[in-house]
Design a protein around this ligand. Structure first.
Ligand SMILES: *[C@@H]1O[C@H](CO)[C@@H](O)[C@H](O)[C@H]1NC(C)=O
Ligand SMILES: *[C@@H]1O[C@H](CO)[C@@H](O)[C@H](O)[C@H]1NC(C)=O
Ligand SMILES: *[C@@H]1O[C@H](CO)[C@@H](O)[C@H](O)[C@H]1NC(C)=O
Ligand SMILES: *[C@@H]1O[C@H](CO)[C@@H](O)[C@H](O)[C@H]1NC(C)=O
Ligand SMILES: *[C@@H]1O[C@H](CO)[C@@H](O)[C@H](O)[C@H]1NC(C)=O
Ligand SMILES: *[C@@H]1O[C@H](CO)[C@@H](O)[C@H](O)[C@H]1NC(C)=O
Length: 508
């Protein structure tokens, strides 16, 4: 079974790795500023490659019909008194419901306040150190072609001046790759000439970017999918995605998650020429930190454990109290036989193709088998079909790999399954903060095997006197560029299976 997908595209993997390596050099300079936040996963980024030949998602006529059927009678935006009334009946009610969903009722959304022109909650909130977000309610109009979202306030709320913001519509407000989206609230004079709606929608919309550091699964989840979950899960699918820098591979790879979070077609916002009108538009994605959810700030107090369970649900993995399918099948076939085969725990061994690879993979695989495990070897590929892959991970008791983005597939593991992280020389801190703590948060067992310097290829490449070999903490103090060059990018792993075997026995 492992062979099916492990052998399939190693050539492709090498091509990707080469491209990524080139790209990696191009972006190095760019990343200089953000030590902790941005950088650490570099097998990344969809920046260079999309030709956009795969899918161009545009709303279908069906979507419009369905949506307008749920809409109040068409609004006439040039007569503000009418639109206010209708919004009060429809849009504001939606907004109240949404705010209740999000646990934000009472914070400035007092309808009588709004009517009497008292200060409203600001549309854009730039206060979080990590992300910026705008929420527009009432009459919100999105024009993809010029990346602008307008708020057309009701007549009695117009200020003399429009306000304007420009924010990056992903979860990292400092990530320079993300183009900014403009958010403008119109003055009375501007409202009279506001762009007219070409389509109207009854549900809210959210504008967010799919580029940035995506294509590395850690970033796919940390920068987009978890923030999208935090920001939109409470809408229960009743929200439309207006995506800037749409990445067809991303839509395809994560379509089970995306179609669960939104029932509506995804709009390729940069190519959208209409003026889309919604009762509510969110611009940007909230994030609570790297690969995390802070229950105190999340709707329904979601946790990372909830997120893992949600992912398992969305991928239709069996309930955790149900036996692992292949083991159950073995039991039935053997008809009660006590063959050891069926009892063997299964370990998925991640075979990284590029940096931080195991140079003695066959030896490691043999040692794992000798210790009593069945081994599945998996090569992470960006365009991997997650449906089948998630079932493979679900069937494993242990997910083992060198520190790196492929460990992000730990979302598919069952409660109490083990993430066995092989920690490259000098990277204990990163191993814990990027994976270890999150595994624990999700009720997985987190085991780290920290290699000795002799197990790092840095030792044979640079000799025992090189700073990276002798004192990685001192190297770290000289700045992340060096840390990255040696510990992240130049280091491969030759696992000492004699030293490693007791860790395997400990797992059993
Ligand atoms: C707007 O208000 C005026 C005056 O109250 C009224 O005559 C008019 O019919 C209203 N327009 C709409 C479209 O309701
Ligand atoms: C809403 O505002 C009005 C007038 O400012 C005030 O009397 C009322 O108590 C407020 N309601 C809530 C629920 O805050
Ligand atoms: C944005 O698009 C609208 C409609 O296509 C157009 O009228 C307007 O001039 C554009 N604004 C900018 C700043 O490009
Ligand atoms: C999304 O997934 C959840 C959990 O599996 C499910 O309850 C819900 O109905 C799904 N929503 C949509 C819109 O598919
Ligand atoms: C969510 O967490 C906050 C802060 O810890 C708490 O005040 C609130 O009651 C919680 N809400 C729910 C629904 O559990
Ligand atoms: C491998 O580990 C064992 C046990 O820790 C140790 O005795 C041996 O010297 C190591 N082998 C190498 C090549 O470092």
């Amino acid at each position: 079974m492992a062979g099916d997908w492990s052998s399939s595209s190693s050539t492709a993997a090498k091509g990707v790795a080469r491209r990524l390596a080139r790209h990696h050099q191009a972006v190095l300079g760019f990343l200089l500023g953000f030590f902790v936040s941005v950088v650490l996963y570099t097998t990344v980024s969809g920046l260079l490659r999309f030709t956009n030949t795969l899918v161009i998602l545009q709303p279908t006529p069906g979507e419009r019909t369905e949506q307008s059927a749920r809409t109040a009678p068409p609004l006439v935006f040039s007569t503000p008194n009418h639109s206010t009334e209708v919004n009060d009946a429809g849009g504001k009610l939606d907004e109240v419901l949404i705010r209740q969903e999000l646990g934000q009722e009472g914070d400035g959304n007092n309808r009588s306040n709004v009517k009497h022109g008292a200060p409203r909650k600001p549309i854009c909130d730039l206060s979080d150190p990590r992300y910026a977000i705008c929420e527009i309610s009432g009459d919100a109009r999105a024009i993809g072609a010029n990346s602008t979202v307008y708020h057309v306030p009701p007549a009695d709320e117009h200020g003399p001046d429009g306000l304007e913001w420009a924010i990056r519509d992903q979860s990292r407000k400092d990530l320079g790759y993300i183009d900014k989206v403009n958010v403008k609230t119109l003055s009375a004079a501007q409202s009279r000439v506001a762009p007219e709606c070409t389509s109207r929608h009854a549900v809210p919309a959210i504008v967010f970017a799919m580029n940035g550091l995506t294509s590395n699964p850690w970033h796919d989840f940390s920068d987009v999918l978890i923030p999208l979950f935090i920001t939109t899960r409470a809408y229960d699918g009743e929200i439309q995605f207006l995506v800037t820098d749409l990445r067809p591979w991303f839509v395809d790879k994560y379509r089970l998650i995306l179609t669960n979070l939104s029932r509506y077609d995804i709009v390729d916002f940069n190519k959208d020429t209409g003026v889309r009108c919604y009762p509510h538009i969110v611009v940007g994605l909230r994030s609570h930190g790297d690969l995390s959810i802070d229950p105190a700030r999340a709707p329904h107090n979601y946790t990372m454990l909830d997120f893992r369970m949600y992912i398992r649900d969305v991928f239709s993995l069996p309930p955790e109290d149900q036996g692992i399918p292949y083991k159950e099948a073995n039991k039935k076939n053997k008809n009660g036989g006590t063959s050891m085969e069926e009892q063997k725990p299964r370990l998925m061994l991640i075979n990284r193709a590029g940096i931080r690879k195991f140079v003695n993979l066959p030896e490691i695989s043999a040692a794992v088998q000798a210790a009593g495990f069945e081994v599945l070897i998996m090569e992470p590929l960006r365009d991997m079909r997650l449906e089948e892959f998630s079932r493979q991970v679900d069937s494993c008791d242990v997910l083992m790999g060198a520190h790196g983005a492929a460990l992000t597939s730990f979302f598919f593991l069952r409660t109490n399954a083990v993430m066995l992280q092989v920690v490259p020389w000098g990277l204990e801190r990163e191993a814990m903060s990027y994976f270890g703590v999150h595994a624990k948060d999700m009720m997985l067992q987190d085991i780290e095997y920290s290699i000795t310097v002799e197990e790092s290829t840095l030792y044979e490449k640079y000799g025992k006197d090189h700073l990276a070999v002798r004192d990685p903490e001192a190297l770290r103090k000289q700045g992340w560029q060096l840390l990255r060059k040696y510990l992240w990018d130049e280091q491969d792993i030759r696992l000492n299976v004699t030293r490693f075997t007791p860790t395997l026995h400990q797992l059993l």
